[in-house]
Write a new protein. Structure first.
Length: 362
């Protein structure tokens, strides 16, 4: 195998941890000696142990003189666990291949410097583009003080998410809905607006996949005026619920949601609505790196207007609802096309009777 193929394998390991390792990034590590893989690992659920430690334990004495392919610069600081750099040196690794340095200021460049000073050869730049896409949520924490945001829209062929009366179950078919559960599982949090909770009463859990995964469910509700018998309230003690709200929300409402073990997050208000940038910043401060937004139209428009959407996922069903139906994105006050948010198409394929398109921010 070439360096690129080993790194691609390490990235595939890292992807298995998406949505499970926050607040740490999901890192993959492959240890190779004499063209034979002797150890593999990814960051464990919850963020520890790190990928390098897992792979070194599997490699054992075979790590001496081996090459370690790591999808992010090995950590060099003392936190809750010793630095991975020290573990790699102690194990006798002779070469490190990594895409790029970490953006965490506690690590950035220091890990590579420590390894080089210990006599280990360090090579960077391998699969950098692919690795950057996988770690974007973690990097944005330090660059923009927010997580990566993926906006999902499931709509009719003419861009409607419900009829005029609000009926929306189901626009897309079973295969598309099942895929959405898999996408939820790859994110730290699922985000919706208060209107979606009032209209649809969603559970927002990961189901039908045979896995035990508890994605954090986040709601933006300025007044905390959510139905007290909604599914989120009924299941909050089992599956985490966070609500971003105005600091001026009534004490009585705050007391109710606290009694349901819901984490309340006071958030700035701008123009009589919650400030989306501040809400995302507060999620990032709590360790969230990847957010999967499932609507509704008002929240989608706000995120797009604020240029906060990194990936756009569109499911289109083969039905027509008409202009009286509810649009997938609410009014944005856009007057000229140059001001429209632009995305590049990354993938398009058929999902059962529906179609899927994945777009990334230009």
């Amino acid at each position: 195998m070439t360096d690129q193929r080993y790194m691609a394998y390490a990235l595939s390991l890292a992807r298995r941890g998406l949505g499970r390792t926050w607040p740490n990034p999901s890192v993959g590590c492959v240890i190779v000696k004499n063209d034979t893989i002797v150890g593999v690992g990814r960051t464990a659920d919850g963020g520890r142990p790190h990928a390098e430690v897992v792979a070194l334990a599997q490699a054992g004495s075979s790590a001496v003189g081996a090459t370690a392919y790591v999808t992010l610069e090995p950590c060099s600081h003392h936190g809750k666990t010793p630095p991975c750099c020290e573990a790699l040196v102690a194990a006798g690794i002779s070469r490190i291949v990594s895409p790029f340095h970490d953006r965490d200021p506690r690590v950035s460049g220091a890990g590579f410097r420590y390894l080089r000073e210990a006599g280990i050869e360090v090579e960077t730049g391998v699969c950098a583009k692919e690795a950057y896409e996988e770690h974007l949520g973690f990097f944005l924490k330090f660059g923009e003080e927010r997580p990566k945001v993926t906006l999902k829209l499931a709509m009719s062929a003419d861009g409607r998410i419900a009829t005029a009366s609000g009926e929306s179950k189901w626009i897309t078919d079973t295969p598309a809905r099942r895929l959405v559960h898999a996408m939820r599982a790859e994110h730290d949090a699922v985000l919706v607006g208060g209107g979606t909770v009032r209209d649809d009463d969603p559970s927002l859990t990961v189901r039908e996949l045979g896995i035990d995964h508890k994605t954090v469910r986040v709601v933006l509700s300025r007044k905390l005026d959510l139905p007290r018998t909604c599914r989120l309230a009924e299941t909050a003690k089992e599956y985490p619920v966070w609500i971003c709200h105005s600091p001026e929300a009534s004490e009585e409402r705050q007391s109710f949601w606290k009694s349901r073990d819901v984490e309340l997050i006071p958030t700035q208000v701008t123009a009589q609505r919650l400030d989306e940038k501040d809400a995302l910043k507060r999620l990032s401060e709590r360790g969230i790196t990847r957010v999967f937004c499932e609507g509704g139209g008002t929240l989608a428009a706000s995120l797009l207007q604020a240029d906060l959407v990194d990936d756009l996922i569109c499911f289109h069903a083969g039905l027509i609802i008409g202009a009286e139906g509810r649009p997938s994105v609410s009014a944005m006050g856009l007057e000229t096309l140059p001001n429209a948010a632009r995305f590049d198409l990354e993938e398009s394929r058929k999902i059962g009777p529906d179609t899927l398109q994945i777009w990334t921010r230009r």
